[in-house]
Write a protein that binds this ligand. Sequence first.
Ligand SMILES: Cc1ncc(COP(=O)(O)O)c(C=O)c1O
Length: 497
Amino acid sequence: MKDRQEPGDLQELGDVPIAEFRKQLHELADWIADYREKIGERPISRNVQPGEILSQLDRDAPEIGTPFEKIFPDINRVIVPGIAHWAHPQFMSYFGCTTTNPGILAEIITGALNVNAMTWRTAPAATELETLVLDWLRQWLQLPNEFTGVVYDTASISTMHALATAREQIAPNTRKLGLSGRDLPRFRIYTSDQAHSSIEKGAIALGIGEDNVQRVPSDAEFRLEVAALRAMVERDVAEKFKPLAVVATVGTTSTANVDPVPEIAKICREHKMWLHIDGAYGAGLALLPECKSITAGWNEADSIVVNPHKMLFVPLDFSALYMRDIGRLRRLFTLAPEYVHLRDPDKTEINYMDYGVQLGRRFRALKAWVVWRAFGREGIAARIRDHLRLANLLVDWIKADKRFELAAPVVMPVVCFRFVAADKDKIDILNSEIVERINASGRGYITQTKLRGRTVMRIGLGNILTTEQHLRNVWQLIQRTAGEIASRAARPESASK
Ligand SMILES: Cc1ncc(COP(=O)(O)O)c(C=O)c1O
């Protein structure tokens, strides 16, 4: 390709020449390996202001082509410094980041193949690999044989499809007739006050309505209160609402605790409600034999979602939805237009497009297959076990520093804690400020959340590169920052501001 094309030049047709591409790939391979090797030396993020990235980029849509050699410097100059580096070992926000080297290799191959895994015929290996990895994961989660899965992008989409199936069960023919203009009761979905907002999003998308997601209070350890659930369902029944489903969480977003699934399942059975388990984050812990207790009651569920991109080292995005009777989901969404050209007289082909709203589908199974083969269940479990060890170590450090207190029990590699050595009315604001300052420093990245109205700091460990030293670095940064902020806050002049 010419170094620079001019408007009106005769455009070369076809792809970028292969020799050029090969050279770029080799250089990119080194760039990726360097990025992974030295990621700990980078600032996790810079204090980027909204619009700052755009202001550094050419806003005119490209009329003529530019060689990759000229595009790549912009990636290094603007894009790379303009993101928070989730793969940095001191990035401890949300649920960590589970990028891995084998996962990156698989993503490169997926990009090269660029198949559309909508039907078996369009991508036989992608379809069958999806079936295979879903079965591996099902076994690792110890779900009974009758559970069958499908891969989507995110847990929000998985949960929406589970709730759509639950809705079709309770209001048959909604697929054909819709909800409006029919004599239907108001449906209710129950989930704890600690559950993820994706439940409301699903209710919004499905015409059930956000207000019909009833938030059940949680107990002192942030688990759904069963007695409160029972009372809410009974009150709704008396008031002619129709209880539709309960979403129990295994690994809640703020504190990563586990709802009492067996007791919830009992109420679901009594009231013929669908039981969906949101194990987006926490279900992965089932790979550790010593954590088997978290699977209690799963075999009574109608559906369960797990995001291997949250704990199981598969790069974003990969969400697996399992359903006890996946035929319900298939019957709800199968709609094969002529142009998709399905010919399967024996009905042996699995066409994953039949299991949801999406037609076109990425080949996500490859990265799971590569990563899980690269580490094996033992290797994955050992790494999660180490994240748990680190979380418990952090608990010890927090307990040893009287200026801090633990804000929730630690069940998974997620720790919520709070700086308390200040006037009561300043504590929330100080905790927020500590988080902001840590994140602005570029040397740590943590989250804040609210528990019972109080602001707490939250550390999630899940990055494959995070070591004890990285955690120690972040903890010392928190201690130092908290000390500085608290002494400034205690000065009389700042009190008057
Ligand atoms: C418990 C839980 N469920 C669902 C979600 C939504 O996940 P996704 O981003 O895959 O939609 C999250 C996100 O953190 C979560 O913590």
